[in-house]
Design a protein. Structure first.
Length: 394
């Protein structure tokens, strides 16, 4: 007998994928240039030249058997050394290769971290709006998610609500900053307050509450915005990093987990990360791309394009009377729907070929997500369509 749960997961496409499929159909009907597809978080800025140049160099110069062969399950030692030294330089940490587990992107970093610590009935706190896959990953590990509403004006953590939600069953708290779908960056003040509650509650309950930081958008911040490095704020931290967006290589599937060296029983925690990687079949991330990221570790994709898109979209929509959360990072803008049901609002938007994602699956009904990792022309050309949409509500 096949697992009903897995059949259901396989058959039910995410809302984002549904809209993406609709966009493909519609662009076949009326042409790609006539639709405004804001559905998917697929980077549209090319990878820095270092990526392709390093691929060519590696293929020409490295021993092909080694280049395409297995590395250690947790990743090549030299690459892990380069990663840990890079983090130490940037954030003043004292990590070594033995704190790093190389993965196939943030999705694997998260599922490995969740499975390394989850026991049946454990609770994982997430803050709305949150990346919908968290729920699937946490439930697949036999635990459950407890969503906590963020402050509705700032989308920072509502510390009072958080303190009420945390319980003896809380195993971990997942944060994602810069955030998908809101683009909000958690401030240092928020982080300090969050960590102070977690330290207090860990003491009260007599067991560690882990902090899992999901960081695929760390490098995508606009202006002088600081994204605190959480290992410097909280000892029991796992960092789930990915190069997908930072280097515009989402299809190459490469990232890593950092187990803080200050974590309680950190050697066992790292062993559990290796164990979860093994149990899930996530051993030896692609060897070629391990070498490539080591060579491009100080590079970032050209984020000036996202910044320009952010400015045009935020200013354009605000002028038209839409209520938007100003995003400081990532490439998403979270906007209030002009009617309580964001699904109906998104259906109306389709009349003007605007493809937006309702916030319901992110745990924030009444909002829509606009992914602005698109050509700048699309933003400019879409504003008259947004204007028509706004007029429907006047
Ligand atoms: N976490 C968040 C918040 C994301 O937005 C994504 C991808 O869009 C992921 C995790 C998964 O990232 P990756 O492609 O590196 O697996």
């Amino acid at each position: 007998m096949i697992s009903e749960k897995m059949i259901m997961l396989g058959k039910k496409r995410s809302v984002i994928r549904e809209i993406f499929e609709y966009a493909k159909k519609r662009s076949n009907e009326i042409g790609r240039e006539n639709i405004y597809d804001f559905s998917l978080g697929n980077p549209n800025v090319p990878a820095p030249s270092c990526i392709n140049e390093s691929i060519v160099k590696c293929i020409k110069n490295e021993d092909p058997v080694l280049l395409h062969g297995y590395t250690s399950a947790q990743g090549d030692l030299n690459v892990r050394n380069i990663i840990s030294e890079n983090i130490n330089q940037k954030f003043g940490t004292v990590l070594t290769a033995d704190n790093i587990y190389i993965t196939v992107g943030a999705a694997a970093s998260l599922t490995i971290s969740i499975n390394a610590i989850a026991l049946p009935d454990d609770e994982f706190i997430v803050f709305t709006p949150f990346f919908p896959e968290y729920k699937i990953w946490v439930e697949a590990a036999g635990a459950k998610t407890v969503p906590v509403a963020s402050d509705q004006d700032t989308f920072q953590v509502d510390i009072q609500k958080f303190e009420k939600a945390i319980s003896v069953k809380t195993k971990a708290v997942i944060v994602n900053s810069p955030n998908n779908p809101s683009g909000v960056v958690l401030t240092e003040d928020t982080i300090q307050k969050l960590c102070s509650v977690m330290n207090k509650k860990s003491l009260e309950f007599g067991h560690p509450i882990y902090l899992i930081s999901d960081e695929p958008y760390r490098e995508l911040v606009y202006g002088n915005i600081k994204v605190p490095y959480l290992i410097n704020y909280y000892d029991n931290t796992f960092i789930c990093y990915s190069f997908s967006k930072a280097l515009s290589v989402p299809g190459e599937r490469i990232g890593y987990v950092v187990v803080s060296n200050k974590m309680e029983n950190s050697l066992d925690a790292y062993a559990a990360i290796c164990g979860a990687g093994r149990a899930l079949g996530y051993v030896c991330a692609p060897s070629l791309f391990q070498q490539i990221i080591a060579k491009c570790i100080n590079e970032t994709t050209d984020i000036s394009i996202y910044r320009k898109n952010r400015d045009l979209l935020y200013e354009g929509l605000t002028k038209l009377g839409f209520h938007c959360i100003r995003p400081d990072g990532a490439f998403y803008l979270f906007m209030k729907s002009m009617e309580p049901d964001a699904n109906k609002f998104c259906e109306k938007a389709k009349k003007y070929e605007l493809l937006l994602v309702p916030g319901d699956d992110f745990g924030s009904p009444g909002f829509v997500r606009i992914a602005y990792c698109v050509k700048t022309e699309q933003i400019i050309n879409s504003l008259p369509a947004f204007e028509k949409l706004a007029k429907e509500y006047q």
